[in-house]
Design a protein around this ligand. Structure first.
Ligand code: UDP
Length: 456
Protein backbone atom coordinates (compact mmCIF):
# COMPACT_ATOMS: atom_id res chain seq x y z
CA UNK A 1 0.00 0.00 0.00
CA UNK A 2 1.29 3.47 -0.82
CA UNK A 3 1.05 5.62 2.25
CA UNK A 4 0.10 9.24 1.77
CA UNK A 5 -0.42 12.11 4.16
CA UNK A 6 1.01 12.24 7.62
CA UNK A 7 0.03 13.11 11.21
CA UNK A 8 1.99 13.43 14.45
CA UNK A 9 0.59 11.54 17.45
CA UNK A 10 1.70 12.42 20.98
CA UNK A 11 0.48 10.37 23.97
CA UNK A 12 1.22 11.09 27.62
CA UNK A 13 3.80 8.37 28.40
CA UNK A 14 1.81 5.98 30.61
CA UNK A 15 0.55 2.57 29.52
CA UNK A 16 -3.15 3.48 29.56
CA UNK A 17 -2.53 6.33 27.08
CA UNK A 18 0.25 4.81 24.96
CA UNK A 19 -1.61 1.64 24.01
CA UNK A 20 -4.82 3.21 22.67
CA UNK A 21 -2.94 5.94 20.79
CA UNK A 22 -0.54 3.41 19.28
CA UNK A 23 -3.49 1.26 18.22
CA UNK A 24 -5.03 4.35 16.66
CA UNK A 25 -1.82 4.82 14.59
CA UNK A 26 -2.17 1.22 13.45
CA UNK A 27 -5.75 1.82 12.35
CA UNK A 28 -4.59 4.91 10.45
CA UNK A 29 -1.85 2.84 8.82
CA UNK A 30 -4.44 0.30 7.67
CA UNK A 31 -6.21 3.19 5.90
CA UNK A 32 -3.05 4.51 4.27
CA UNK A 33 -2.22 7.38 6.63
CA UNK A 34 1.32 7.54 7.99
CA UNK A 35 2.06 8.75 11.49
CA UNK A 36 4.95 9.78 13.69
CA UNK A 37 4.37 8.61 17.25
CA UNK A 38 6.32 10.90 19.57
CA UNK A 39 7.35 8.86 22.56
CA UNK A 40 8.56 10.63 25.69
CA UNK A 41 10.96 8.03 26.98
CA UNK A 42 13.50 7.46 29.77
CA UNK A 43 15.55 5.36 27.37
CA UNK A 44 17.18 7.38 24.62
CA UNK A 45 17.04 5.54 21.30
CA UNK A 46 17.04 6.48 17.61
CA UNK A 47 13.70 6.68 15.75
CA UNK A 48 12.44 3.42 14.24
CA UNK A 49 9.70 2.36 11.88
CA UNK A 50 6.96 -0.21 12.31
CA UNK A 51 3.75 -1.38 10.52
CA UNK A 52 5.34 -1.58 7.07
CA UNK A 53 7.03 1.78 7.65
CA UNK A 54 3.66 3.49 8.14
CA UNK A 55 4.47 4.41 11.77
CA UNK A 56 7.69 6.12 12.84
CA UNK A 57 8.31 5.97 16.58
CA UNK A 58 10.29 9.06 17.55
CA UNK A 59 11.63 8.95 21.12
CA UNK A 60 12.36 12.20 22.92
CA UNK A 61 14.06 12.16 26.34
CA UNK A 62 11.83 12.46 29.40
CA UNK A 63 14.71 13.79 31.45
CA UNK A 64 13.93 11.15 34.11
CA UNK A 65 16.35 8.59 35.35
CA UNK A 66 16.00 5.37 33.34
CA UNK A 67 13.70 2.86 35.00
CA UNK A 68 12.58 5.28 37.76
CA UNK A 69 8.97 4.64 38.71
CA UNK A 70 6.95 7.81 37.81
CA UNK A 71 4.72 7.13 40.80
CA UNK A 72 7.55 7.84 43.19
CA UNK A 73 7.05 11.51 42.39
CA UNK A 74 4.21 12.00 39.94
CA UNK A 75 4.34 15.82 40.07
CA UNK A 76 8.02 15.81 39.18
CA UNK A 77 7.42 13.31 36.35
CA UNK A 78 4.63 15.43 34.88
CA UNK A 79 6.86 18.53 34.98
CA UNK A 80 9.65 16.68 33.20
CA UNK A 81 7.31 15.38 30.51
CA UNK A 82 5.95 18.89 29.89
CA UNK A 83 9.45 20.38 29.75
CA UNK A 84 10.64 17.72 27.33
CA UNK A 85 7.68 18.20 24.98
CA UNK A 86 7.99 21.99 25.06
CA UNK A 87 11.68 21.73 24.24
CA UNK A 88 11.67 19.01 21.57
CA UNK A 89 8.33 19.08 19.80
CA UNK A 90 8.59 22.46 18.02
CA UNK A 91 12.05 21.51 16.67
CA UNK A 92 10.71 18.17 15.54
CA UNK A 93 7.75 19.72 13.73
CA UNK A 94 10.06 22.22 12.02
CA UNK A 95 12.31 19.37 10.83
CA UNK A 96 9.36 17.31 9.64
CA UNK A 97 8.01 20.19 7.60
CA UNK A 98 10.96 19.64 5.29
CA UNK A 99 9.91 16.05 4.57
CA UNK A 100 8.43 15.01 1.26
CA UNK A 101 5.32 14.07 3.21
CA UNK A 102 5.10 16.75 5.95
CA UNK A 103 2.66 16.36 8.85
CA UNK A 104 -0.80 17.87 8.49
CA UNK A 105 -2.10 17.48 12.04
CA UNK A 106 -1.01 17.01 15.62
CA UNK A 107 -3.04 14.37 17.47
CA UNK A 108 -2.23 15.10 21.11
CA UNK A 109 -3.20 13.53 24.40
CA UNK A 110 -6.13 15.49 25.83
CA UNK A 111 -4.16 15.93 29.07
CA UNK A 112 -1.80 18.22 27.12
CA UNK A 113 -4.34 20.81 25.88
CA UNK A 114 -1.70 23.52 25.38
CA UNK A 115 -0.47 21.52 22.38
CA UNK A 116 -3.43 22.90 20.42
CA UNK A 117 -1.65 26.25 20.23
CA UNK A 118 1.64 24.58 19.31
CA UNK A 119 -0.19 22.81 16.44
CA UNK A 120 -1.82 26.03 15.23
CA UNK A 121 1.41 28.03 15.51
CA UNK A 122 2.96 25.54 13.08
CA UNK A 123 0.02 25.50 10.70
CA UNK A 124 -1.20 22.04 11.77
CA UNK A 125 -4.71 21.00 12.72
CA UNK A 126 -5.09 20.05 16.35
CA UNK A 127 -6.88 16.82 17.31
CA UNK A 128 -7.32 16.11 21.00
CA UNK A 129 -7.35 12.38 21.82
CA UNK A 130 -9.34 11.42 24.91
CA UNK A 131 -8.35 8.14 26.56
CA UNK A 132 -11.31 8.42 28.94
CA UNK A 133 -15.01 8.09 28.04
CA UNK A 134 -17.35 11.03 27.43
CA UNK A 135 -19.20 10.29 30.63
CA UNK A 136 -16.05 11.33 32.49
CA UNK A 137 -15.05 14.20 30.19
CA UNK A 138 -18.51 15.72 30.59
CA UNK A 139 -18.09 15.78 34.37
CA UNK A 140 -14.73 17.53 34.02
CA UNK A 141 -16.33 19.95 31.57
CA UNK A 142 -18.97 20.92 34.12
CA UNK A 143 -16.33 21.24 36.83
CA UNK A 144 -14.31 23.48 34.52
CA UNK A 145 -17.30 25.65 33.77
CA UNK A 146 -18.18 25.77 37.44
CA UNK A 147 -21.67 24.60 36.57
CA UNK A 148 -22.06 22.27 39.50
CA UNK A 149 -20.86 22.45 43.05
CA UNK A 150 -18.53 19.71 44.11
CA UNK A 151 -19.96 17.72 47.02
CA UNK A 152 -17.92 18.32 50.15
CA UNK A 153 -17.65 14.71 51.30
CA UNK A 154 -16.92 11.68 49.17
CA UNK A 155 -19.16 9.40 51.17
CA UNK A 156 -21.94 11.89 51.64
CA UNK A 157 -25.33 11.63 49.98
CA UNK A 158 -25.07 14.46 47.50
CA UNK A 159 -26.50 13.62 44.14
CA UNK A 160 -25.94 15.15 40.74
CA UNK A 161 -28.79 14.74 38.35
CA UNK A 162 -27.99 17.62 36.07
CA UNK A 163 -25.75 15.91 33.50
CA UNK A 164 -27.60 14.93 30.36
CA UNK A 165 -28.31 11.18 30.03
CA UNK A 166 -26.67 10.39 33.36
CA UNK A 167 -27.94 8.19 36.17
CA UNK A 168 -28.02 9.85 39.58
CA UNK A 169 -24.46 10.10 40.76
CA UNK A 170 -23.48 10.23 44.40
CA UNK A 171 -20.24 11.85 45.47
CA UNK A 172 -18.83 8.35 45.64
CA UNK A 173 -19.38 7.88 41.91
CA UNK A 174 -17.46 10.96 40.84
CA UNK A 175 -13.83 10.92 39.67
CA UNK A 176 -11.76 10.93 42.85
CA UNK A 177 -9.95 14.22 42.29
CA UNK A 178 -13.20 16.10 41.96
CA UNK A 179 -14.03 15.31 45.56
CA UNK A 180 -10.54 15.08 46.98
CA UNK A 181 -9.27 18.18 45.28
CA UNK A 182 -7.14 19.27 48.19
CA UNK A 183 -5.05 16.08 48.15
CA UNK A 184 -4.26 16.17 44.43
CA UNK A 185 -4.54 19.80 43.27
CA UNK A 186 -2.17 19.32 40.34
CA UNK A 187 -3.93 16.27 38.93
CA UNK A 188 -7.34 17.90 39.38
CA UNK A 189 -6.09 20.89 37.40
CA UNK A 190 -4.75 18.65 34.61
CA UNK A 191 -7.90 16.57 34.21
CA UNK A 192 -10.19 19.58 34.29
CA UNK A 193 -8.03 21.64 31.94
CA UNK A 194 -8.38 18.94 29.29
CA UNK A 195 -11.65 20.68 28.54
CA UNK A 196 -10.38 24.26 28.88
CA UNK A 197 -10.04 24.96 25.15
CA UNK A 198 -12.41 22.30 23.86
CA UNK A 199 -14.44 24.87 21.90
CA UNK A 200 -11.38 25.67 19.74
CA UNK A 201 -10.16 22.09 19.08
CA UNK A 202 -10.38 21.10 15.40
CA UNK A 203 -11.18 17.41 16.00
CA UNK A 204 -12.00 15.42 19.14
CA UNK A 205 -11.09 11.75 19.08
CA UNK A 206 -12.24 9.41 21.82
CA UNK A 207 -11.54 5.78 22.66
CA UNK A 208 -15.19 4.81 23.01
CA UNK A 209 -17.91 3.81 20.56
CA UNK A 210 -21.17 5.47 19.63
CA UNK A 211 -23.54 2.79 20.94
CA UNK A 212 -21.87 2.69 24.32
CA UNK A 213 -22.50 6.34 25.12
CA UNK A 214 -25.43 6.84 22.78
CA UNK A 215 -27.50 9.29 24.81
CA UNK A 216 -24.57 11.41 25.85
CA UNK A 217 -23.20 11.42 22.33
CA UNK A 218 -26.12 13.41 20.96
CA UNK A 219 -25.28 16.15 23.39
CA UNK A 220 -21.49 16.15 22.88
CA UNK A 221 -21.88 15.99 19.08
CA UNK A 222 -24.18 18.99 19.18
CA UNK A 223 -21.35 20.96 20.80
CA UNK A 224 -18.08 19.64 19.37
CA UNK A 225 -16.58 17.88 16.30
CA UNK A 226 -16.47 14.45 17.94
CA UNK A 227 -15.20 11.23 16.36
CA UNK A 228 -15.44 8.07 18.46
CA UNK A 229 -12.86 5.61 17.21
CA UNK A 230 -12.89 2.81 19.83
CA UNK A 231 -12.58 0.35 21.20
CA UNK A 232 -8.91 0.39 20.21
CA UNK A 233 -8.82 -3.33 21.00
CA UNK A 234 -7.48 -5.04 17.84
CA UNK A 235 -10.26 -6.77 15.91
CA UNK A 236 -8.48 -10.11 16.11
CA UNK A 237 -9.31 -10.24 19.82
CA UNK A 238 -12.88 -9.12 19.30
CA UNK A 239 -13.43 -11.57 16.48
CA UNK A 240 -12.12 -15.07 17.11
CA UNK A 241 -12.26 -15.85 13.40
CA UNK A 242 -9.31 -13.56 12.76
CA UNK A 243 -5.75 -14.73 13.32
CA UNK A 244 -3.83 -13.22 16.21
CA UNK A 245 -0.56 -11.33 15.95
CA UNK A 246 -0.53 -10.61 19.71
CA UNK A 247 0.66 -7.07 19.18
CA UNK A 248 -1.54 -5.00 21.46
CA UNK A 249 1.11 -3.72 23.82
CA UNK A 250 3.08 -0.73 22.68
CA UNK A 251 6.14 -1.74 20.67
CA UNK A 252 4.43 -4.78 19.24
CA UNK A 253 5.45 -7.27 21.88
CA UNK A 254 3.90 -8.33 25.16
CA UNK A 255 6.10 -7.60 28.17
CA UNK A 256 7.77 -10.56 29.79
CA UNK A 257 7.06 -13.24 27.24
CA UNK A 258 7.84 -16.20 29.48
CA UNK A 259 5.35 -15.02 32.11
CA UNK A 260 2.77 -14.48 29.37
CA UNK A 261 3.20 -18.02 28.14
CA UNK A 262 3.06 -19.30 31.70
CA UNK A 263 -0.30 -17.72 32.38
CA UNK A 264 -1.82 -18.81 29.07
CA UNK A 265 -0.68 -22.38 29.71
CA UNK A 266 -2.16 -22.23 33.19
CA UNK A 267 -5.46 -20.95 31.79
CA UNK A 268 -5.51 -23.69 29.15
CA UNK A 269 -5.80 -26.27 31.93
CA UNK A 270 -8.82 -24.67 33.57
CA UNK A 271 -12.50 -25.27 32.91
CA UNK A 272 -14.61 -22.85 30.92
CA UNK A 273 -15.43 -19.65 32.84
CA UNK A 274 -13.91 -20.98 36.06
CA UNK A 275 -11.18 -18.34 36.64
CA UNK A 276 -11.33 -14.86 38.20
CA UNK A 277 -8.79 -12.61 36.48
CA UNK A 278 -7.54 -9.88 38.85
CA UNK A 279 -5.67 -6.80 37.66
CA UNK A 280 -5.42 -3.21 38.83
CA UNK A 281 -3.74 -1.84 35.72
CA UNK A 282 -0.34 -0.25 35.52
CA UNK A 283 -0.49 2.43 38.23
CA UNK A 284 -2.71 1.49 41.19
CA UNK A 285 -0.90 0.43 44.36
CA UNK A 286 -2.89 -1.38 47.03
CA UNK A 287 -1.91 -1.08 50.68
CA UNK A 288 -0.57 -4.22 52.28
CA UNK A 289 -3.64 -4.85 54.45
CA UNK A 290 -5.91 -4.44 51.41
CA UNK A 291 -3.81 -6.89 49.39
CA UNK A 292 -4.08 -9.48 52.16
CA UNK A 293 -7.80 -8.92 52.58
CA UNK A 294 -8.31 -9.39 48.85
CA UNK A 295 -6.09 -12.48 48.90
CA UNK A 296 -8.17 -13.98 51.73
CA UNK A 297 -11.40 -13.11 49.92
CA UNK A 298 -10.22 -14.82 46.76
CA UNK A 299 -9.20 -17.87 48.77
CA UNK A 300 -12.56 -18.03 50.51
CA UNK A 301 -14.41 -17.70 47.21
CA UNK A 302 -13.04 -21.12 46.26
CA UNK A 303 -12.51 -20.02 42.65
CA UNK A 304 -9.34 -20.25 40.60
CA UNK A 305 -7.71 -16.86 40.19
CA UNK A 306 -5.03 -15.28 38.02
CA UNK A 307 -3.70 -12.14 39.70
CA UNK A 308 -1.36 -9.56 38.20
CA UNK A 309 0.91 -8.23 40.96
CA UNK A 310 3.87 -6.06 40.00
CA UNK A 311 7.24 -7.47 41.12
CA UNK A 312 7.74 -4.53 43.49
CA UNK A 313 4.40 -5.31 45.17
CA UNK A 314 4.77 -9.08 45.53
CA UNK A 315 6.42 -8.68 48.97
CA UNK A 316 2.95 -7.74 50.27
CA UNK A 317 1.78 -11.33 49.74
CA UNK A 318 3.38 -13.76 52.21
CA UNK A 319 5.15 -16.79 50.72
CA UNK A 320 3.10 -19.04 53.02
CA UNK A 321 -0.10 -17.77 51.36
CA UNK A 322 1.24 -18.50 47.87
CA UNK A 323 2.26 -22.01 48.96
CA UNK A 324 -1.07 -22.68 50.59
CA UNK A 325 -2.99 -21.51 47.51
CA UNK A 326 -1.00 -23.79 45.23
CA UNK A 327 -2.76 -24.53 41.93
CA UNK A 328 -5.81 -22.49 42.91
CA UNK A 329 -4.05 -19.22 42.09
CA UNK A 330 -1.35 -17.91 39.82
CA UNK A 331 0.52 -14.63 40.37
CA UNK A 332 2.14 -12.94 37.37
CA UNK A 333 3.90 -9.58 37.19
CA UNK A 334 2.31 -8.69 33.83
CA UNK A 335 -0.27 -10.46 31.68
CA UNK A 336 -1.21 -10.29 28.01
CA UNK A 337 -4.54 -8.88 29.20
CA UNK A 338 -6.47 -9.07 25.96
CA UNK A 339 -5.47 -12.66 25.40
CA UNK A 340 -6.42 -13.46 28.98
CA UNK A 341 -9.81 -11.76 28.73
CA UNK A 342 -10.48 -13.51 25.42
CA UNK A 343 -9.67 -16.92 26.96
CA UNK A 344 -12.69 -19.12 27.59
CA UNK A 345 -11.50 -20.13 31.08
CA UNK A 346 -11.93 -16.58 32.37
CA UNK A 347 -15.33 -16.16 34.04
CA UNK A 348 -14.91 -12.75 35.59
CA UNK A 349 -12.57 -9.75 35.64
CA UNK A 350 -11.87 -8.14 39.00
CA UNK A 351 -10.65 -4.72 37.85
CA UNK A 352 -9.79 -1.25 39.11
CA UNK A 353 -12.00 0.05 36.25
CA UNK A 354 -9.31 2.02 34.45
CA UNK A 355 -10.95 3.02 31.18
CA UNK A 356 -8.90 0.69 28.99
CA UNK A 357 -9.56 -2.29 31.25
CA UNK A 358 -13.27 -1.50 31.49
CA UNK A 359 -13.58 -1.16 27.72
CA UNK A 360 -11.55 -4.31 27.15
CA UNK A 361 -13.67 -6.36 29.56
CA UNK A 362 -16.85 -5.05 28.00
CA UNK A 363 -15.66 -5.54 24.41
CA UNK A 364 -14.55 -9.09 25.11
CA UNK A 365 -17.81 -10.01 26.85
CA UNK A 366 -16.39 -10.64 30.33
CA UNK A 367 -18.52 -9.70 33.38
CA UNK A 368 -16.66 -7.57 35.89
CA UNK A 369 -16.20 -6.81 39.55
CA UNK A 370 -15.25 -3.15 39.88
CA UNK A 371 -12.89 -2.21 42.68
CA UNK A 372 -12.10 1.39 41.75
CA UNK A 373 -9.27 3.25 43.35
CA UNK A 374 -8.87 6.82 42.04
CA UNK A 375 -9.17 9.12 38.99
CA UNK A 376 -12.12 8.27 36.73
CA UNK A 377 -12.37 4.70 37.99
CA UNK A 378 -15.36 5.21 40.37
CA UNK A 379 -17.38 6.75 37.53
CA UNK A 380 -16.48 3.98 35.08
CA UNK A 381 -17.47 1.46 37.77
CA UNK A 382 -20.83 3.16 38.26
CA UNK A 383 -21.64 2.95 34.55
CA UNK A 384 -20.31 -0.59 34.31
CA UNK A 385 -22.73 -1.70 37.05
CA UNK A 386 -25.79 0.50 36.59
CA UNK A 387 -25.88 1.53 32.95
CA UNK A 388 -24.20 -1.23 30.94
CA UNK A 389 -25.13 -3.81 33.62
CA UNK A 390 -22.14 -6.03 33.07
CA UNK A 391 -20.94 -6.43 36.64
CA UNK A 392 -20.98 -5.37 40.27
CA UNK A 393 -19.01 -2.79 42.16
CA UNK A 394 -17.61 -3.72 45.56
CA UNK A 395 -19.05 -1.88 48.52
CA UNK A 396 -16.20 -0.33 50.44
CA UNK A 397 -16.13 0.78 54.08
CA UNK A 398 -16.19 4.54 54.81
CA UNK A 399 -12.37 4.65 54.65
CA UNK A 400 -12.34 2.89 51.28
CA UNK A 401 -11.26 -0.50 52.64
CA UNK A 402 -12.88 -3.54 51.03
CA UNK A 403 -13.48 -6.51 53.33
CA UNK A 404 -12.94 -10.15 52.35
CA UNK A 405 -16.65 -11.00 52.81
CA UNK A 406 -17.47 -8.39 50.20
CA UNK A 407 -15.01 -9.96 47.76
CA UNK A 408 -16.60 -13.35 48.38
CA UNK A 409 -20.08 -11.88 47.85
CA UNK A 410 -19.12 -10.21 44.56
CA UNK A 411 -17.30 -13.25 43.17
CA UNK A 412 -20.32 -15.41 44.05
CA UNK A 413 -22.69 -12.94 42.44
CA UNK A 414 -20.82 -12.83 39.13
CA UNK A 415 -19.57 -16.43 38.92
CA UNK A 416 -22.49 -18.37 40.34
CA UNK A 417 -25.80 -16.62 40.64
CA UNK A 418 -28.54 -16.00 38.10
CA UNK A 419 -27.69 -12.31 38.19
CA UNK A 420 -24.19 -13.21 37.00
CA UNK A 421 -25.62 -15.03 34.00
CA UNK A 422 -27.58 -11.94 33.11
CA UNK A 423 -24.41 -9.83 33.36
CA UNK A 424 -22.68 -12.24 31.00
CA UNK A 425 -25.57 -12.01 28.53
CA UNK A 426 -25.31 -8.21 28.67
CA UNK A 427 -21.54 -8.37 28.25
CA UNK A 428 -22.00 -10.63 25.20
CA UNK A 429 -24.33 -8.02 23.76
CA UNK A 430 -21.72 -5.27 24.20
CA UNK A 431 -19.12 -7.51 22.67
CA UNK A 432 -21.19 -7.81 19.51
CA UNK A 433 -21.71 -4.04 19.39
CA UNK A 434 -18.01 -3.33 19.95
CA UNK A 435 -17.04 -5.60 17.08
CA UNK A 436 -19.69 -4.00 14.87
CA UNK A 437 -18.31 -0.53 15.65
CA UNK A 438 -14.77 -1.32 14.50
CA UNK A 439 -15.72 -3.59 11.57
CA UNK A 440 -15.86 -2.19 8.07
CA UNK A 441 -18.75 0.27 7.84
CA UNK A 442 -19.25 0.37 11.64
CA UNK A 443 -19.48 3.69 13.50
CA UNK A 444 -15.85 3.81 14.68
CA UNK A 445 -14.54 2.58 11.34
CA UNK A 446 -16.47 5.36 9.61
CA UNK A 447 -15.07 7.90 12.10
CA UNK A 448 -11.54 6.81 11.23
CA UNK A 449 -12.37 7.10 7.52
CA UNK A 450 -13.70 10.58 8.18
CA UNK A 451 -10.54 11.53 10.04
CA UNK A 452 -8.30 10.14 7.27
CA UNK A 453 -10.30 11.89 4.56
CA UNK A 454 -9.55 15.27 6.18
CA UNK A 455 -5.94 14.93 5.05
CA UNK A 456 -6.44 14.07 1.38
N1 UDP B 1 -2.39 -4.28 30.94
C1 UDP B 1 -1.84 -5.43 30.42
N2 UDP B 1 -1.37 -6.37 31.28
C2 UDP B 1 -1.40 -6.22 32.62
C3 UDP B 1 -1.98 -5.05 33.16
C4 UDP B 1 -2.47 -4.09 32.30
O1 UDP B 1 -1.81 -5.62 29.21
O2 UDP B 1 -0.93 -7.11 33.33
C5 UDP B 1 -2.91 -3.25 30.02
C6 UDP B 1 -4.42 -3.32 29.94
O3 UDP B 1 -4.82 -4.24 28.95
C7 UDP B 1 -4.79 -1.89 29.62
C8 UDP B 1 -3.67 -1.05 30.23
O4 UDP B 1 -2.60 -1.97 30.50
O5 UDP B 1 -4.81 -1.69 28.22
C9 UDP B 1 -4.07 -0.40 31.54
O6 UDP B 1 -4.88 0.69 31.26
P1 UDP B 1 -6.10 1.09 32.20
O7 UDP B 1 -6.71 2.32 31.62
O8 UDP B 1 -7.01 -0.04 32.41
O9 UDP B 1 -5.43 1.38 33.60
P2 UDP B 1 -4.21 2.29 34.10
O10 UDP B 1 -3.00 1.45 34.00
O11 UDP B 1 -4.16 3.51 33.20
O12 UDP B 1 -4.60 2.60 35.50
Amino acid sequence: MIHGSHVIVLPFPVQGHLSPMFQFCKRLASKGLTSTLVLVSDKPSPPYKTENNAITVFPIPSGSQEGKDPLQDLDDYIDRVYTSIKKHLPELIQDMKLLENPPRALVYDSTLPWLLDVAHDHGLRGASFFTQPWLVSVIYYHVHKGSFSVPSTKHGHSTLASFPAFPMLSANDLPSYVCESSSYPKILRIVVEQLSNIDRVDILLCNTFDNLEEKLLKWVKSLWPVLNIGPTVPSMYLDKRQSKDKSYGFNGSPRNLSKSTECMEWLNLKKRQSVVYVSFGSLVILKEDQMMELAEGLKQSGCFFLWVVRETEMNKIPKSYVEEIGEKGLFVSWSPQLEVLAHESVGCFLTHCGWNSTLEGLSLGVPMIGMPHWTDQPTNAKFMEDVWKVGVRVKAEADGFVRRDEIVRCVGEVMEREKGKEMRRNAEKWKVLALEAVSEGGSSDKSIDEFVSMFY
